[in-house]
Design a protein around this ligand. Structure first.
Ligand SMILES: N[C@@H](CCC(=O)N[C@@H](CS)C(=O)NCC(=O)O)C(=O)O
Length: 274
């Protein structure tokens, strides 16, 4: 599980990346040959930290979801020049399911639930399931900008993406390209109304959100029930990424909230691949 497969070419998988989600009949487990072949595509940069399987919170989320569902899979590190062949939107993760490219973390979670029914929403009634999906959506849209801000906009975090993501760019162009990508990321954060008031205002907002999550974090069990669900996968992926040890000012913000930290440690232990 989680090992690279440099020989495979998922870019050539059947594309369904931008298509609407469709119902998938779960395979008949126990039937010889019914187990789907799963390939999780990630960026080539590695954190070298075992509990942070990816720099991407969304890829990390799918790593943890596949571990929770106990679905065996391989990891594939994409050639960035071919990313749009894999997903026309140019984003990761993409999960290749028997040769079909499935993009977008939320769509992938739905597919995992179809492949291994009950694993993403264990023990939840219809209302609990709806709530779990809403928290997952909240995490994807409202928490991800915090991760980007801490790494890309803050000068203290910038050495991490600068050092990890641009190694393939020829040396004379490297800082030009890195700075252009950084400017583009900051511009998108401003457009999303997240950084419009500057870094200090963004951190004020981050701290308010983290305080609220700390107050809401369960002391036992998981976010919406006794078992881990898509709510935990979404929240964990973003908040665990915010506490990437090499971005100390992000990690300190989580460490300052012990209730939230204990909750994250519980999700970490329950979803660690291996
Ligand atoms: N809605 C997508 C968002 C995925 C996403 O933003 N992935 C980032 C990496 S963490 C990415 O591919 N960024 C490249 C880009 O947006 O150009 C999902 O949930 O999978």
């Amino acid at each position: 599980m989680g090992r690279g497969t440099p020989g495979m070419l998922p870019e050539l998988g059947r594309g369904s990346a931008a298509a609407a989600p469709r119902a998938v009949r779960p395979p008949a487990w126990g039937t010889v040959g019914a187990m789907p072949t799963l390939l999780l595509c990630d960026f080539p940069a590695k954190t070298e930290l075992p509990r942070w399987s990816s720099f991407s919170p969304f890829v990390l989320q799918i790593d943890r979801a596949l571990a929770l569902a106990k679905l065996p899979y391989e990891k594939h590190y994409v050639d960035m020049l071919k990313l749009k062949r894999l997903n026309p939107l140019g984003q990761l993760p993409v999960l290749v399911v028997d040769g079909e490219n499935v993009a977008d973390s939320t769509r992938i979670l739905h597919r995992i639930e179809a492949l291994a029914p009950g694993t993403m929403l264990r023990g939840l009634d219809a209302r609990g399931q709806a709530e779990a999906w809403l928290w997952e959506e909240f995490a994807d849209t409202a928490l991800y900008p915090h991760v980007l801000t801490a790494r890309w906009a803050d000068d203290r975090g910038w050495p991490v993406p600068r050092g990890a993501f641009f190694g393939a760019v020829p040396a004379p162009l490297r800082s030009l390209v890195a700075n252009a990508v950084r400017r583009g990321t900051i511009k998108k954060l401003v457009q999303r109304d997240f950084l419009r008031g500057g870094l200090e205002a963004a951190y004020e907002r981050i701290d308010r959100v983290l305080d609220t999550l700390d107050a809401r974090a369960p002391e036992q069990g998981f976010w919406v029930g006794e078992h881990p669900s898509v709510a935990d996968l979404g929240l964990f992926a973003q908040l665990h990424s915010l506490r990437l040890p090499t971005v100390a000012h992000g990690a300190e913000r989580i460490a300052a909230r012990p209730r939230l930290e204990r909750y994250l440690d519980r999700v970490d232990a329950a979803t660690l691949p291996g």
